[in-house]
Design a protein around this ligand. Structure first.
Ligand SMILES: Cc1ncc(COP(=O)(O)O)c(C=O)c1O
Length: 431
């Protein structure tokens, strides 16, 4: 094993993270290769800097004028658009993201968390976490309604087992089911991923449920199990009800217990409406972590970035940072989108309430982009295809027993008609 990896492992051995590092995770390190040497040269090479594979002239990257001219003159330098971004992302953007994270999650104030590392979207972040912290045959606990890509990432890419528990009980999040699933795992480690607001259900726990989730996870940790909790916060902020918990689970777990290793995987993708930019973040915390542990985890993750995408999208990071630093309407644009999503949420909720639950029953939903129907044992794929063929309506079948509506992508004035047609179609094929 590389000396640098051995050193990082030695640092992490005194932390909860050591219990989760996969064999690949243990091997990874951030090399003192071209990137590190060119970083050093940036500071010290006063005469010539012949380190980076990037064609430059007069201090700027050579480039296609047809691309540069798309931007208003004087806004960006070619280097802002065409240079490589640092492996962990633009430093200033990382700092802004962290600052915003604390503003959005006041419970994080004063807690020790790593500097968020930029990933090529949230998917890339999850994929790297799977590589770093899951061996073949490890089990990940998930609620039984989850984003289908977890299957590819954890089962197929990393050959892990998925163990599910029922998402809902008594109309709310099934906290005891979650705890039982964790406690039923053999061995002294447990891995879980929780995604709120949830895809596909559109559910976020209430404040009380969030407290219960934290309490249950602490109890599992108290039992001696080490628990890895990945918080997928893709749709963070889109909370439409008063009683819904408004902070990420991560903010409560960051200093909850020495046996809890909390990871926040989030992204500008939906939060800042930059879906195609591919900007995500990974942030680590645990009650027992020191700065040295966080530094070692950061270096391992930088190694994982280096050997997958090397570094992430530069123009996207530049533009997002500029919007945060000097944009005039970031807050109002986000507010407008939130308002529109909230209106759509209320319309769809109201319309669904006018229908019988004989064939389709909406799962509880209060946040995010989606709602989903339990098809009550009937084939959701049959309904999906029927809706598409007869009504030209696109929906998503989840696991054959759930039909998901992405109301985020349908105008408010069409939502009533959409819902009515979905119920009508269900009655047509199943009555
Ligand atoms: C729950 C969840 N996590 C992660 C992602 C991926 O986000 P990104 O586009 O940033 O990779 C999505 C996107 O659909 C999602 O629904």
């Amino acid at each position: 094993m590389n000396e640098l990896a051995i050193e990082l492992n030695r640092t992490l051995d005194s932390s909860v993270a050591a219990a989760f590092l996969s064999e690949t995770g243990r091997r990874l390190y951030f090399p003192k290769g071209i990137v590190a040497q060119s970083d050093e040269a940036k500071q010290k090479a006063r005469t010539y800097n012949a380190t980076v594979g990037l064609a430059t002239s007069k201090g700027q990257p050579m480039h296609l004028d047809d691309i540069m001219s798309v931007f208003k003159e004087g806004i960006f330098k070619p280097s802002d658009i065409f240079n490589y971004a640092p492996g962990g992302g633009d430093k200033a953007l990382r700092a802004v993201w962290k600052e915003e994270m604390v503003k959005k999650n006041p419970s994080l104030e004063g807690k020790l968390v790593s500097g968020p590392l930029v990933t090529a979207g949230l998917t890339h972040g999850l994929s790297m976490l799977a590589t770093l912290f899951f061996n073949e045959g490890d089990t990940i606990v998930l609620p039984d309604l989850f984003w289908d890509n977890y299957d590819l990432i954890f089962s197929e890419l990393r050959a892990c087992n998925i163990r599910t528990f029922r998402f809902f009980s008594d109309g709310g999040f099934n906290v005891s089911g979650m705890k039982d699933a964790l406690m039923s795992l053999e061995g002294d480690t447990a891995r879980i991923l929780l995604n709120f607001p949830n895809n596909p259900t559109g559910y976020t726990p209430s404040r009380k449920e969030m407290e219960e989730i934290v309490k249950a996870l602490k109890e599992v940790a108290d039992s001696g199990k080490k628990v890895l909790v990945i918080c997928d916060d893709a749709y963070f902020g889109l909370f439409f009800e008063e009683e819904t918990a408004k902070e990420s689970l991560f903010s409560y777990l960051a200093d909850a217990h020495e046996n809890i290793f909390a990871i926040k995987a989030d992204a500008a993708t939906k939060e800042d409406m930059v879906w195609g930019f591919r900007i995500g973040f990974v942030t680590y915390a645990s009650k027992g972590f020191t700065e040295a542990h966080l530094d070692a985890l950061t270096k391992k993750t930088l190694g994982a970035i280096r050997c997958t995408v090397s570094n992430c999208d530069r123009p996207g990071q530049t533009m997002l940072l500029r919007a945060y630093q000097s944009g005039k309407s970031v807050a109002s644009d986000k507010e407008r989108t939130f308002g529109e999503m909230a209106r759509r949420y209320r319309t769809i909720k109201k319309t669904i309430a006018t229908h019988s639950t004989q064939y389709l029953e909406a799962y509880p939903f209060n946040s995010g982009y989606f709602m989903a129907f339990d098809t009550k044992g009937r084939n959701a794929e049959e309904l999906r295809v029927y809706l598409l063929d007869k009504y030209g309506i696109g929906t998503v079948n989840i696991m054959g027993r759930t039909l998901r509506l992405a109301y985020c992508s349908v105008e408010e004035e069409n939502l009533e008609d959409l819902v009515n047609k979905v119920f009508q179609a269900a009655a047509e094929i199943w009555s």
